[in-house]
Ligand binder design. Structure first.
Ligand SMILES: Nc1ncnc2c1ncn2[C@@H]1O[C@H](COP(=O)(O)OP(=O)(O)OP(=O)(O)O)[C@@H](O)[C@H]1O
Ligand SMILES: [Mg+2]
Length: 473
């Protein structure tokens, strides 16, 4: 009878004791101490293997897996449980995100196996190493699919978290990166719908073309030349391409490149699924950097990109291709030429829709008439006027009309370049535009004064604008 009572009592008391212990462990934080002890105890019974993922490989090139592991680990909820975590604001400045501190352990579970990661970075500025600690008994079973899982998760995150890389001359790495949050899309670009669709389908077919390029023995890359006057949307177009493809952007500043071999190594350190952008290439073909013309040609040919992974888009921008040696632009070196010209009426309507939310307006017919007479402004100039007057579409359109009427610098009065899309390539032909009068230099001055603030933000733009004006006489 006594035994019977004892059993009943213990049945009643055990859950209560368990509950109290659990409550105490969690309430006091002792759970973490217990977990650590448990881990140490396990370490005595299991044999572990350590796998390192260094930030740079033996050739001092960026290890893509390192970045993927970093993205993956930073997405794990267990990051919150590590003893030390850095709090940083991300690109939104309002969101605070956790960042793994050096030598902190992060636990992960995959297919029933426990895995431990830590970040071996010691000094700021030093390259890092992620170390994976996995039981030998689990390694054979799960490692392959675990790494696949990391790739998949990181690829998914990378689609949302694009990066913009810029080449730097100091430090251990050649590239420094920031989050790429440019909002431009093909929808926000004011350009012919037909042309946009052609380019989109060209990019889509490029994405699927790996076996095709392989069969032909060609590097899986495609090169675009974007040329046209300042403020016509070349850089915005690159951003739209990156957002469309979900590619990172490597912005090569050739003035920072010390020589041909430096340029080669820069290319070797880019990763697949990226756009490699060289802005204002025309400046550098005349020897404004340490890189030789042959060095630039090799870079454009992309032989190197075929050695270190593929799937790259090369984009070159310039104000005009008139004085460029055709050897640089031969097929294969540049696959698609896209001309960016001054705004026309249809681009104006896209801008009005995007910036003012106006699809139709009583003043549109007047604007169309002025465009028909050959007046022109860049999309940048028109969009600035629209932003300044965004509260009143009427005022905004009137100010655009005013600026178009002041267009006396002759840019829109000579030969008008008409875009034509042939196959995948965008070619151009010229047709005679109607001559308009104008009060010449003084109006140009007024206009330049008017846009002085906008243009002074970027001295480089000033230069390309002038070049464009010279080009077109
Ligand atoms: N075609 C366009 N569609 C929509 N917005 C445009 C277009 N062109 C220019 N803009 C607007 O004008 C601004 C400047 O454009 P962007 O920097 O792309 O011109 P760019 O051709 O690269 O000029 P630059 O040759 O001076 O570098 C952008 O912020 C963008 O908002
Ligand atoms: Mg630009």
């Amino acid at each position: 009878m006594f035994h019977y009572k004892l059993i009943v009592l213990s049945f009643l008391i055990t859950p209560i004791v368990c509950f109290v212990i659990r409550w105490l462990l969690f309430k006091t934080g002792l759970i973490y101490v217990t977990k650590k002890l448990h881990r140490k105890l396990q370490d005595c019974f299991y044999v572990y293997q350590y796998l390192k993922v260094p930030e740079l490989n033996e050739n001092m090139q960026r290890n893509e897996l390192y970045r993927k592991v970093s993205l993956y680990l930073h997405s794990l909820p267990s990051l919150e449980d590590s003893d030390f975590t850095n709090l940083i604001t991300d690109h939104n400045q309002n969101d605070i995100v956790l960042s793994l501190d050096s030598n902190q352990i992060i636990e992960d579970r995959f297919l029933g196996a426990n895995l431990f990661w830590f970040n071996q970075k010691t000094e700021p500025g030093q390259t890092g190493v992620f170390v994976l600690k996995v039981r030998k008994t689990d390694k054979r079973r799960i490692l392959r699919s675990y790494l696949r899982h990391i790739h998949d998760v990181a690829d998914e995150i990378m689609k949302r978290d694009l990066r913009l890389f810029a080449n730097v001359t100091d430090g251990e790495t050649r590239w420094k990166s920031v989050s790429f949050n440019h909002p431009a899309t093909f929808d926000t670009m004011a350009m012919e719908t037909d042309l946009k669709n052609k380019i989109k389908s060209d990019l889509e077919s490029f994405l699927k073309a790996k076996p095709y390029y392989r069969r032909l023995g060609r590097a899986w890359k495609r090169s675009f030349l974007l040329y046209g006057p300042s403020g016509t949307g070349k850089s915005s177009f690159v951003a739209a391409m990156a957002n469309f493809l979900c590619y990172d952007v490597y912005d090569v500043d050739l003035s920072q490149v010390r020589g041909d071999s430096d340029l080669k190594f820069l290319l070797l350190e880019t990763t697949p699924k990226s756009i490699i952008l060289v802005e204002d290439l025309d400046r550098f073909l005349t020897g404004e950097s340490g890189v030789t013309v042959a060095g630039i040609q090799n870079f454009m040919d992309g032989i190197l990109s075929s050695c270190c992974g593929e799937e790259r888009i090369l984009v070159f921008t310039m104000s005009s291709k008139e004085n460029i040696d055709p050897i640089f632009l031969r097929p294969g070196r540049v696959d698609v030429h896209i001309h960016f010209s001054w705004c026309d009426f249809s681009s104006f309507k896209t801008l009005a829709c995007n910036y003012l939310g106006v699809k139709d307006h009583k003043l549109f017919s007047q604007v169309e008439e002025i465009f028909r007479n050959g007046a022109s402004l860049s999309a940048a100039e028109i969009s600035e006027l629209m932003i300044a007057n965004r509260n009143s579409p009427n005022r905004a359109i009137k100010s655009v009309i005013g600026a178009l009427q002041m267009d006396g610098d002759g840019r829109g009065c000579g030969d008008v370049i008409v875009r034509q899309v042939e196959g995948n390539d965008v070619e151009e032909s010229q047709k005679q535009g109607s001559r308009c009068g104008g009060d010449g230099i003084s109006t140009v001055k007024d206009l330049r004064k008017f846009y002085g603030l906008f243009r002074s933000r970027n001295g480089k733009r000033n230069r390309t604008a002038n070049l464009a004006l010279n080009d077109e006489g």
